[in-house]
Design a protein around this ligand. Structure first.
Ligand SMILES: NC(=O)c1ccc[n+]([C@@H]2O[C@H](COP(=O)([O-])OP(=O)(O)OC[C@H]3O[C@@H](n4cnc5c(N)ncnc54)[C@H](OP(=O)(O)O)[C@@H]3O)[C@@H](O)[C@H]2O)c1
Length: 239
């Protein structure tokens, strides 16, 4: 049985990834501060680890999972936070917190995962965003972080392929979750503008993002390494 770690796998996009891996017969190890919506899922192949990734220096949770599972076949760095402000309104502490969760925790977890599975290899999928490919407005800290995610993904892809690891990023388009609901509530005109630009004029579903994540973790994508895959219905290339 495969063991897959999904950070933030208890809500939103991550919950759909947890469901997807469970449906494939995997054991899913969810890492987040709360249990979120996990209680509604079948529990036999599900474990939860209460971790605040803002404490990004601490990767002991990966050692704990590795110790219990024996091996980790895939690490999905999905947990993330967002707030909508231009750079001039962003305070040092909020910038620091966002980078801690979105980038530094991902960086440290990826490094520890590779160290733990050095003899076997493995697979990392990092969740970036449209904000990693273009400058989403009023989200300077988020855009900075999601662009860094793509750089980290490429660095790992190049450095760790010879150790039998692959590392790819997924850049979801706009999907309805708590994160986007909060952002659009603060700016309804932006919702109309964005949905108007999506070629199918609909937001994506978390299951559609999860399918892409699962494909990248699988051997079906064996020759795919270091990509930043938009799953956005063509939003990024539509004018
Ligand atoms: N929704 C979209 O349209 C969209 C588009 C592009 C990219 N994304 C990316 O997709 C990922 C998931 O987003 P989402 O929309 O599903 O957001 P969400 O519904 O707000 O979920 C965020 C997840 O991250 C976890 N998390 C947040 N802070 C954490 C911390 N300090 N320590 C541990 N876990 C933490 C949360 O769990 P707890 O609160 O229980 O800790 C939750 O599971 C993020 O990286 C986001 O940037 C989303």
């Amino acid at each position: 049985m495969r063991h897959i770690v999904v950070t933030g796998g208890n809500k939103g996009l991550g919950l759909a990834q947890t469901r997807q891996f469970l449906s494939l017969g995997d054991h899913v190890h969810v890492v987040s501060r709360s249990r979120g919506d996990l209680d509604g899922l079948p529990q036999e192949r599900l474990s939860h680890y209460e971790v605040d990734l803002a404490n990004w220096r601490d990767t002991g949770w990966l050692d704990e999972i590795h110790g219990k599972a024996g091996h980790i076949d895939g690490l999905v760095n999905n947990a993330g936070v967002n707030f909508r402000k231009p750079v001039w309104d962003t305070g040092a502490d909020e910038f620091d917190h966002l980078l801690g969760v979105n980038v530094k925790a991902m960086f440290m977890a990826s490094g520890r995962y590779i160290a733990l599975e050095m003899e076997h290899g493995g697979n990392i999928v990092n969740i970036s965003s449209m904000g990693g490919l273009a400058a989403l407005r009023n989200a300077a800290a988020y855009v900075t972080s999601k662009t860094a995610v793509i750089g980290l993904t490429r660095a790992i892809a190049g450095d760790a392929r010879s150790l039998n690891f692959r590392c790819n990023a997924v850049c979801p388009g706009f999907v309805e979750t708590n994160m986007t609901r909060t952002a659009f509530k603060a700016d309804p005109a932006r919702y109309d503008q964005i949905v108007g630009r999506i070629p199918s004029h609909r937001m994506g579903t978390s299951a559609e993002i999860a399918a892409a994540v699962a494909w990248l973790v699988s051997d079906d994508s064996a020759y795919v390494n270091g990509v930043a895959l938009p799953v956005d219905d063509g939003y990024a290339i539509a004018t």
